[in-house]
Design a protein. Sequence first.
Length: 117
Amino acid sequence: MKYMLLIYNNPESLAAQDIDGLMREVDVLMGELAESGEWVGGEALAEPAHTRTVRVRDGVPATTDGPFAEAKEQLAGYCVVECETLERATEIAARWPDARYGAMEVRPILDTGDVGS
């Protein structure tokens, strides 16, 4: 089963951390997951200042700039892993450095097959 690991962090909290050290931890973990065949992929996201939120109410779209949630933590990126159990995906998320300074959400990815084919 594939799982999306959503990475939430607070840029203010991260600013006080050793970013190079955290990235080395991420590189080690990604290497282990690639070797085990559990790494599918992932990306960091641009800053919330480059974000737009679109809501449609009564058929009228309303677009706002900036973060889409009223919170200090922001969605900073995601990873996709393929592993046997939710417990294993949770174990991987717990090892991700951002779990210490923000949060990691573990969510199964639905297998919808070939949509539209």
